[in-house]
Design a binder for this molecule. Structure first.
Ligand code: FAD
Length: 404
């Protein structure tokens, strides 16, 4: 038995959960260089100004970061969920607001269309989205409905070759790209019958489709713009319906796991940066004649943040390693990953501010921005409470999941 394990040793002990193949290693290095040279220098400025950095977004497209999971035939890199995790973790070590804009575009919109759209829709839209020429988003939330998505009020009524869409969506990331300009293309969930959700591709320029209010003064994620979008009798061609009528809920499920995992990866990126800041600062700052790192209470902030970050990171990457981007089946692990990672990130950011004392409260030291950004990940893409409910339901239905 021991000899057999030794024979296998080189293959399985060398396995790197966080960069399992040479492609992942190369992607990790390219991302690191991009983040250090191009993302970090602008992050504080765009947060302060509440602006979306369109130029940086196009640059991310040039480098292939907007379409890592999209098919190569449509301008993507054809990589897997682990690669997507790497992208959002790396961007979030520096600029979670920018990362959220990229995520709404490439996962909520593009990956969703890649899985659920037809070939005509994919071929027409995905190359423009992978390059960053068009900016996409997903419209689910409404002023009166968030978690209770089946109760949404936006209606799509068939009229010959078109559907007529009426309703308002809110909190839509990339809904606007500046104060006046709409994003380019959106997946919009609307009811075609009571409790029957269908999804539609709605594009800038369609009559009756306009930017409503742009939410200002958000707590965090200020480098991504959040808008209300108005659909006032928008005539959407039947060719822009995604899948069949009533398939919207199933389509949401198909993309849910990668959505939640990439949001969880944003949290591990935030935690990683907070820990780096804490470690460096606590070695330099002295009190009572010693670096503060030598005080047991400071050690607790560092050690607990690190342990939670490592646990979250392993859970997220291990789930990503096993998911099939076009199928459902890992919902429980994705539902476990996001609340665990988002709470770990919030605690790490809070610990980092505490370790830095008054400096931690100042923008220059970065962790206050990460603390503000971290909170969104307990709400967006599913609240903590929604994940707890889903997970409990799945475990009750299939208790064997705890041993899987
Ligand atoms: C910065 C930002 C960006 C966003 N981007 C997008 C986007 O691009 N596209 C999009 O469609 N949406 C987006 N959202 C919306 C986001 O997904 C919703 O805010 C979220 O799903 C929660 O919905 P809600 O705000 O309506 O809260 P509600 O659903 O009204 O929930 C309010 C509270 O009640 C709790 N609650 C609700 N139902 C239950 C229940 N059954 N049991 C226990 N507790 C419950 C919730 O957990 C929460 O604590 C964004 C939000 C923000 C803040």
């Amino acid at each position: 038995m021991g000899a057999a394990i030794d024979d296998l040793e080189s293959s399985w002990r060398d396995f790197d959960l966080f960069a399992p193949t040479p492609e992942h290693q190369l992607l990790g290095e390219t991302l690191r260089a991009f983040v250090d040279r191009e993302v970090e220098p602008q992050a504080a400025e765009y947060d302060r100004a509440e602006r979306f950095n369109h130029g940086l977004f196009r640059r991310a497209g040039e480098l292939g970061f907007l379409g890592v999971t999209l098919p190569e035939a449509h301008g993507g890199s054809g990589l897997d969920a682990v690669a997507a995790i790497q992208v959002f973790e790396a961007l979030s070590t520096s600029d979670p607001g920018f990362a959220l804009a990229v995520l709404a575009h490439s996962i909520l919109f593009a990956q969703n269309l890649a899985v659920n759209g037809n070939e005509e829709q994919r071929a027409r839209i995905l190359p423009k989205v992978a390059s960053g020429e068009w900016i996409g988003g997903l419209c689910m939330t409404e002023p009166g409905v968030g978690t209770d998505v089946l109760s949404l009020a936006t209606r799509a009524k068939r009229d010959g070759d078109v559907y007529v869409l009426d309703g308002i969506k809110t909190f839509i990331t990339n809904g606007g790209i500046d104060d006046e300009t709409l994003g380019d293309c959106f997946i919009v969930y609307a009811a075609t019958a009571p409790k029957k959700i269908s999804s539609f591709l709605v594009e800038k320029g369609m009559e009756g489709f306009r930017l409503g209010q742009l939410w200002k003064d958000k707590l965090g994620m200020r480098a991504s713009l959040t808008a209300e979008l108005v659909f006032d009798g928008v005539r959407v061609p039947v060719a822009n319906r995604i899948g069949e009528e009533g398939e919207g809920t199933l389509q949401m499920m198909r993309n849910l796991e990668i959505e939640r995992l990439t949001l969880a990866a944003m949290s591990t990126g935030i935690a990683q940066r907070c820990i780096e800041v804490m470690v460096a600062y606590s070695g330099e700052r002295k009190s009572f004649g010693v670096p503060i790192r030598e005080h047991g209470q400071i050690q607790r902030y560092l050690a607990e943040s690190f342990a939670e970050y490592r646990a979250a990171r392993c859970l997220v990457y291990d789930t990503a390693r096993r998911i099939d981007l076009a199928a459902t089946g890992q919902r429980h692990d994705a539902d476990a990953s996001k609340p665990f990672a988002s709470q770990a990130a919030k605690r790490a950011a809070d610990a980092a501010i505490q370790v830095l004392g008054g400096y931690g409260y100042m923008g220059e030291y970065v962790v206050e921005r990460l603390w503000r950004d971290a909170k969104l990940l307990e709400i967006g893409g599913g609240t903590l409470e929604a994940h707890h409910k889903n997970l409990t339901k799945d475990l009750a239905r299939n208790p064997a999941l705890t041993r899987a």
